[in-house]
Write a protein that binds this ligand. Structure first.
Ligand code: 2AM
Ligand code: CA
Ligand code: CA
Ligand code: CA
Length: 263
């Protein structure tokens, strides 16, 4: 398998999908809800996923695709070559702001991450990695993350974390928010992961993410030394939903040990 050739193909279809999404703003968007009134999906999410599947099947019919909108096959194992795709990560931003949403793609072979992509569609900014070869932000190599203290860290966290909730001790999270230099919330998990791997954020935590939210990002994370696990500190699982943290290696364990107390 020629990973360089697959990488060139992946970049090509990502740029083309981005162009199609940007053009979609000039015609009607149909917005529907999924699991709850704030869980949005549009015809463009589905059309973009279908576009990727069609291109990938043309490229190699043996490659399987796991996509958020379910246009690919039902995937129960990561055997062989599998693409894990979120056609639009940050659909609410896409609908409301027409910016701050990403295409997120991971390419796996027998469960091992080989190629990872996070593409900021409106800025045309690509974060990507080839496993074992390095990671890039457009044409510039991404460097290994530098150590820092929690007091110097800026973390990606959603405001709902500091509201009393049934999943975790919010008092500890308030303490975390007081300790760090600052917090940010961008509304796209893939964007926050892209910011962590490029040192623009130092950690990002989420109570519930799906494989397609993180599949591309964790491959890039590996190349720059960012640590991605669930909130129990275990390796991420790409077949189920789970809690999630990605962080600079110098603060990952500290956040988990001292500030995350699950109920
Ligand atoms: P999405 O836009 O692809 O759905 C903020 O909502 C982040 O959490 C986004 O990256 C979003 O991805 C993700 N997310 C995962 N599950 C979600 C859900 N059930 N409802 C809304 N956002 C969800
Ligand atoms: Ca969604
Ligand atoms: Ca998503
Ligand atoms: Ca999505």
């Amino acid at each position: 398998m020629d990973l360089y050739q697959i990488n060139e193909f992946a970049k090509e279809i990502i740029f083309e999908a981005g162009k199609r999404i940007r053009h979609s703003f000039s015609y009607d968007m149909v917005v529907e809800t999924k699991s709850d009134p704030n869980d949005l999906v549009t015809n463009i999410d589905r059309e973009t996923e279908s576009f990727f599947i069609e291109k990938i099947k043309q490229f190699d019919a043996n490659h399987r695709v796991l996509g958020e909108e379910g246009m690919g096959e039902k995937i129960e194992s990561l055997e062989g070559p599998v693409w894990i795709i979120d056609p639009i990560d940050g659909t609410m931003n896409f609908v409301k702001q027409h910016r701050h949403f990403m295409i997120s793609i991971g390419f796996y072979v027998d469960g091992i991450g080989r190629l990872g992509y996070i593409f900021d569609v409106m800025r045309e900014d690509l974060f990507y990695a080839i496993a074992g070869e390095g990671a890039w932000y457009n044409n510039s190599p991404l460097r290994k993350l530098k150590p820092l203290t929690l007091e110097e860290a800026v973390i990606g966290i959603n405001a709902s974390w500091v509201i009393p909730n049934r999943k975790l001790n919010h008092e500890k999270i308030i303490e975390l928010v007081r300790t760090v230099r600052g917090t940010r919330s961008y509304g796209s998990a893939a964007m926050e992961i892209a910011f962590v791997v490029s040192g623009k954020l130092d950690a990002y935590i989420s109570m519930r993410l799906s494989p397609w939210d993180i599949a591309g990002g964790v491959i890039i994370a590996n190349e720059v030394g960012a640590i991605a696990t669930n909130l129990n500190g275990n390796d991420v699982n790409l077949l189920t939903n789970d809690t999630f943290i990605i962080a600079n290696p110098s603060i990952h364990q500290l956040i988990l040990n001292s500030y995350i107390e699950q109920k």
